[in-house]
Design a protein around this ligand. Structure first.
Ligand code: SAH
Length: 374
């Protein structure tokens, strides 16, 4: 028997990333929390108290929840407050207003989140999966494949950490409030729909059930899983939808965003337009500018025509992202002149367009680059 065959059963017995993350308070809806209190033999108000500590006071350390009787505190901590994220390292950039954290999950998987403070808001970029299965060739995360989905609480705990960092003045500019969330870290949020929706429900719920964030300040970014985009429109939570389009034609998009071979540009943009129509929320189109790949003036014209084909009532905004170059990849960032011309062409056809700032460039804060380098 060859070595390869001998080791095969071992591999099968230990599939990577199969164990589930420990259950946490943040995984529970208010109803489930009540059920859990009963199971633990505790009055419901105790778990409500813990919930207030976690979501409103951003307190994750059970020993600091001193208004709980010690015995109950230990029981609750053991059942519902496991440590989900362990910080591996934090890097700062932009004079301390950008802060990136690499997290190790319970099973060793690595994910990251990035906190960016601006004059009028503070935005946390969260991960929704360890790795990603979408295999976009220009994206660092896409190169490693999918390890596993994150749980609702693993997503939420990133937010609670970011909110605490803001509240406790760990970000340059003094104490402040975390106001915005973008699902633009590792992973494809619509491929982990249930946990992501659960996390959004916790984000928008108010004290003691959640973090009290405004749905419009939450952006879900997707490669365009059409059925899930349609489902998201029916949830009654008007989050902002961002569609990672990157090309206006199927030929190129099939290459840049491989899921396009399943859902075409037309179907995908139609689903985005439907989302705008149903929720009355303007949709963002993300377009990473890659030199001589997708940045030709004619493609700007085509992009505008594709978008205007669904109506010109301002349902869409285009966000051009100067490509973050990943080592060893064949894609490079567009020239400034080409980016400027791209904007002019889109605006000439009535499409509102911005070029995204490149926060945290020097710490590879975008797109899974830190976790990829580990
Ligand atoms: N999977 C989701 C969300 C994660 S990526 C999505 O694809 O939308 C968040 C955004 O960063 C996406 O628009 C993605 O296309 C973009 N992105 C990925 N790699 C990039 C890179 N190297 N440079 C610039 N943008 C990139």
């Amino acid at each position: 028997m060859s070595d390869a065959i001998k080791t095969l059963p071992l591999v099968l017995e230990q599939p990577r990333g199969r164990a589930k993350p420990p259950r946490h308070l943040a995984d529970l809806s208010p109803e489930e929390r009540k059920e859990q209190a009963e199971k633990l033999g505790l009055p419901a108000f105790r778990l409500k108290q813990v919930s207030h500590h976690y979501f409103a006071r951003l307190q994750r350390d059970p020993s600091a929840m001193t208004d709980l009787p010690a015995a109950q505190r230990d029981a609750i901590a053991e059942a519902l407050l496991p440590t989900l994220l362990t910080s591996v390292r934090t890097q700062e950039a932009d004079k301390g207003t950008t802060r990136k954290t690499l997290w190790r999950l319970f099973d060793g998987a690595l994910v990251e989140s990035v906190l960016m403070r601006y004059t009028d808001r503070a935005t946390l970029c969260v991960s929704s999966q360890a790795g990603c299965g979408m295999a976009c060739p220009f994206c660092a995360t896409g190169q490693g494949g999918l390890q596993r989905n994150m749980s609702t609480a693993e997503i939420i705990d990133q937010v609670v950490d970011g909110a605490a960092a803001m509240a406790n003045g760990l970000v340059a500019g003094g104490p402040g409030r975390l106001s915005n969330i973008v699902f633009m870290g590792m992973g494809e949020p619509m491929a982990n729909y249930k946990a992501v929706i659960g996390s959004i429900r916790r984000m928008v719920a108010t004290d003691p059930d959640g973090l009290g964030l405004s749905a419009r300040n939450i952006t879900v970014s997707t490669v365009g899983l059409v059925p899930r985009m349609k489902q998201l429109a029916t949830e009654g939570i008007p989050v902002t939808l961002a569609l990672s389009l990157h090309a206006p034609d199927d030929e190129l998009r099939n290459e840049l965003v491989p899921i396009n071979t399943r859902y075409s540009v037309h179907e995908t943009v139609e689903a985005a337009w439907e989302y705008a129509r149903t929720t009355k929320r303007r949709v963002s189109i993300e377009y990473a500018m890659m030199r001589d790949i997708n940045d030709q003036a004619w493609r700007a014209d085509l992009l505008a025509d594709v978008l205007n084909g669904f109506g010109d009532w301002g349902w869409v905004h285009v966000n051009l992202i100067p490509l973050n170059e990943i080592p060893g990849a064949r894609f490079t960032r567009s020239r400034d002149d080409d980016m400027d011309e791209f904007v002019r062409r889109l605006e000439a056809k009535g499409i509102s367009t911005t070029i995204r700032d490149t926060r945290g460039d020097e710490i590879d804060a975008a797109c899974g680059q830190l976790a990829a380098s580990e």
